[in-house]
Design a protein around this ligand. Structure first.
Ligand code: AMP
Length: 302
């Protein structure tokens, strides 16, 4: 089934205690689509500048991602510069250069409009809203966001939340959005803003899904070495939504499996810089890690 994503396609400069990269391929939509491409047909809507290296588009095409929705505009590509300390759960943004994103008005390709599942990845909420206005009755709409937009565009973000079925968000950001310290209270308060399902990403502590009245708690895969956590959240969302788009089954049982597929993809992504680990995965590796998750979390009844 078809999965439409809108978000950023970026050039990232990232420093972690284990190394650094300059102007590497990044962006919320890039991580999301690459991860989701292992499960579903992905259509990508984004904007890039004339400086964006062609080989990155070739790479996305090689993953069978439909890139007709990537617009090239005069100017420079969106750039993000960030740093992580030994606590790899917390990204410190050093610079955000919106560049061509500042004036981007998406114009959705006609045959993208009937996509079954839509993911509004982290980007300006006005752009998310514009995409939502142009698609026709998708069966599932989910979105993500971050502190940058919660602070700068709270009203537009609240408008989007009213219209989505599901929100993925990290722990610090849901506290900021809801103004609540308790994650349970914060999730309830965000559910009251619109989305029936809220998935809280907790970095190396896993993910918590609040689906209606039920709660599912998944751990993160205990990795021996993490090199670069950039994109972990978007890669999680790619596995999660990609799996749901491949089954079109949105029952609690299926959503729980989706959380594990998301966790599997995120754990693979952070093992290398940029998208390097996601470039040439084998589906068998994904299934292998999914089964490890199952045996790792299994325990007997009393
Ligand atoms: P994550 O680590 O999953 O939260 O996402 C990291 C990615 O988000 C990077 O590749 C950045 O290019 C992208 N990013 C950073 N800041 C923003 C922003 N304000 N809006 C959209 N994408 C962003």
């Amino acid at each position: 089934m078809s999965l439409l994503v809108v978000g950023t396609v970026a050039l990232d400069s990232v420093r972690t205690p284990f190394g650094n990269v300059e102007n590497a391929l990044g962006g919320s939509a890039t991580y999301f689509s690459t991860s989701a491409s292992y499960f579903a047909d992905v259509r990508l809507v984004a904007v890039i500048g004339e400086d964006f290296p062609k080989e990155h588009i070739q790479f996305l095409k090689s993953k069978n991602i439909d890139t007709r929705g990537i617009e090239v505009q005069k100017g420079e590509t969106f750039r993000w510069k960030g740093e992580y300390g030994y606590d790899l759960n917390e990204a410190h943004t050093l610079a955000t250069h919106l560049n061509v994103l500042a004036t981007f008005k998406p114009n959705i390709v006609n045959d993208y409009k009937n996509s079954d599942v839509v993911f509004l990845a982290n980007v300006d909420p006005d752009i998310q809203l514009e995409v939502l206005r142009q698609v026709k009755r998708p069966k599932l709409v989910a979105c993500d966001t971050m502190n940058y937009w919660i602070s700068s565009k709270p009203e537009a973000l609240k408008r989007i939340l009213k219209e989505v079925d599901l929100l993925t968000i990290n722990e610090a950001e849901i506290r900021q959005l809801a103004g609540e310290a308790s994650l349970v209270k914060a999730a309830k308060s965000v559910q009251a803003m619109g989305p029936k399902t809220v998935v809280v990403k907790q970095g190396s502590y896993g993910a918590l899904m609040f689906n209606g009245h039920s709660v599912f708690n998944a751990p993160a895969y205990p990795l021996e070495s993490v090199f670069d956590p950039t994109g972990a959240g978007d890669t999680f969302a790619g596995g999660f939504m990609g799996y749901l788009a491949s089954t079109m089954n949105f029952t609690e049982e299926s959503m729980r499996k989706a959380v594990i597929f998301g966790s599997v993809m995120a754990s693979l992504n952070v093992e290398a810089f940029s998208l390097d680990r996601l470039r040439s995965l084998d589906y068998k590796e994904i299934v292998g890690r999914y089964r490890e998750f199952k045996s790792m979390t299994h325990f007997e009844d009393i």
